[in-house]
Write a protein that binds this ligand. Sequence first.
Ligand SMILES: Nc1ncnc2c1ncn2[C@@H]1O[C@H](COP(=O)(O)OP(=O)(O)O)[C@@H](O)[C@H]1O
Ligand SMILES: [Mg+2]
Length: 332
Amino acid sequence: MKVIAVVNQKGGCGKTTTSINLASSLSLKGQKVLLIDCDPQSHATMGLKIDADFETNMYHVMTTREDEQADINEITVHIKDNFHLAPSGIILSGIEQELAEVEGRENRLMQAVRALKQPYDYVIIDCPPSIGHLCFNALRACSEVIIPIDMSLFSLRGVTKLLEIIILFKSELGHSIKTRALITMYDFRTRYSRQVLEKVREVFGDNVFETVIRYNIRLRETVDYGLPVGDYDKYSIGHKDYEKLAEEITAPEFAYIHTGNPKGQNVGDILKRTETYIDTVGKSSIPQMPESEPEDFFSCPVESSYSGMIEAITNDPHGSAAQNDDSADDPL
Ligand SMILES: Nc1ncnc2c1ncn2[C@@H]1O[C@H](COP(=O)(O)OP(=O)(O)O)[C@@H](O)[C@H]1O
Ligand SMILES: [Mg+2]
């Protein structure tokens, strides 16, 4: 089972669209998929025509209140063949505060994923547009991250922070997360899009999906119909692109071996330390937004370079994570 989190703290960059349509495309390829909606805004849940006020949802899976708790296996909803959804609800927004002082707060989603009884091939987690306990739980539970980057510089800006956190996960917890960027809403016709794409490929190197998700109006329309794009228009560009992404993800050359986490690491206060870290280092490492050209953006002084970050997060099966054989702490 592969657990993939779709993360970027910028809203509107294509996280939910990617989560729904990747999950659907994987399921059409015969893979058993669970999509976990981890966003209190419940867009994935609503985008699949599921009542967002479902009586039990991911809040009940993650809460520490015993009288409210539910088993993840009991809340999953059948969407179509090979495709299940663990729905969200607005009540999930309360979890950020609820978990604030709870011991092991970053492990709750990982524990839920481990408790899954169905033999899923893929678990896709749609994250909220913020870095908090929900996002941390998703990072802790996953072995891979997809970072959707729409063709805006704001999207790239948020990526810096996220990469810093992923590096911390590796250095502090030995939890390696394979991280790849996904270009979304790409418009071949504009010179600006082409420039940004070129730069993203330059700085992310192999850590960018070959597949580019093009701008496609069908992807926008499908939300209103409560359908993955392939079930609405299987000849659409949007469906073709997400089919290609599913192929890239399932291709054997990208098979990823999760090497386990080291023993004895103190995971209790990683969130706090990361927040402090972001406050001190993170802020200074985020380039200021230039007025217009991407060239200016990339030439801004950046304390921690993208390539350095990429090097640090690239999986090395012989690296720190592999030296510690703690399969008990391995979610997979
Ligand atoms: N490739 C695309 N082409 C056209 N519209 C898109 C595309 N991807 C996403 N959208 C639209 O952009 C908006 C934001 O996308 P969404 O997936 O909800 O972003 P996020 O989950 O990151 O906030 C939605 O209206 C969605 O339908
Ligand atoms: Mg979303």
